[in-house]
Design a binder for this molecule. Structure first.
Ligand code: SF4
Length: 268
């Protein structure tokens, strides 16, 4: 297990790096929450513009809660995974109605909120409120499994617990919020899935996969199920005024709540 020097090396890199990201330095839990939700499943370069525009449109959690779901989905248009936008909107309303728009300050209390998992709760608690809480998402899992060159398949409860234990053991005594951001940035920018940039990695000297030349094989993942093939049909229906008929998809499920041409899967 790497000792405190691991966290020190990571924090040094974080402090010296000059890559301005609009959410860096903010201690506002709304900003941190928004950036973390946007960064799940989406690349940093894409998120930057969306994040800034979203905050211009909904500068406070109250503004977000007061907006209609359609307005929020419109601001999210193009980012994908629209359930994230619906969850943001719903949670903003819960926080405004039940907690005067204030976020709880501990990981445990944050995790009680709808749509906030252990990762997001720990990110908000450590960055906004200085809590000593570890984060573990796909990016951090990739870094940690490479760090210890873990040959086991990820995803089982045993391996997940092992990685949470490791993430917690590596936490520094202070500056956990900065450390967590550094670890997440490392996973998003350096220790990337296909071709990690090991020659620019601040923790290369601690990395067993690098030493063993196995970076590309870590983490070991389950084989993905093949993508389903679906035949679909859509109708373009206009009236005499040349207005187009659109229907709204159900709130839950794929592209939930978005508008589309009427149609659907071709079935027997
Ligand atoms: Fe990832 Fe390479 Fe750094 Fe190891 S040395 S943590 S594989 S970027």
């Amino acid at each position: 297990l790497p000792d405190t020097q691991f966290a020190e090396a990571l924090l040094r890199w974080y402090d010296e790096r000059d890559t301005p990201m609009p959410w860096r330095g903010s201690r506002n839990p709304y900003h941190i929450w928004l950036s973390e939700v946007m960064l799940q499943q989406t690349r940093i370069a894409t998120v930057k513009d969306y994040y800034t525009q979203f905050l211009q449109r909904f500068p406070t959690i109250e503004a977000l809660a007061q907006a209609s779901l359609d307005e929020v989905l419109k601001a999210w248009e193009g980012l994908g995974y629209y359930s994230r936008a619906r969850n943001l909107h719903r949670l903003a309303q819960v926080l405004v109605q039940e907690q005067q728009g204030r976020f709880p300050t501990t990981t445990e209390a944050l995790q009680q909120l709808p749509g906030i998992g252990r990762y997001t709760a720990a990110a908000i608690a450590s960055i906004a409120f200085g809590a000593r809480a570890a984060v573990l998402d796909g990016n951090v899992i990739r870094v940690l499994t490479r760090l210890i060159d873990l040959p086991d398949e990820i995803g089982s409860p045993r391996v997940t617990q092992q990685l949470w234990d490791l993430a917690e053991a590596l936490l520094p005594a202070e500056r956990c919020g900065d450390y967590n951001q550094a670890l997440m940035d490392l996973g998003r920018m350096i220790c990337v899935p296909r071709r990690p940039v090991c020659e620019r990695c601040p923790v290369q000297s601690f990395c067993l996969a690098y030493a063993n030349g196995t970076q590309q094989q870590r983490p070991v993942k389950k084989q993905k199920a093949p993508l389903p093939n679906v035949r679909a049909a859509a109708a373009v229906i206009r009236n005499a005024q040349d207005r187009l008929l659109l229907v709204q998809r159900p709130a839950e499920g794929l592209l939930g709540g978005l508008w589309m041409l009427p149609g659907g899967k071709c079935e027997a």
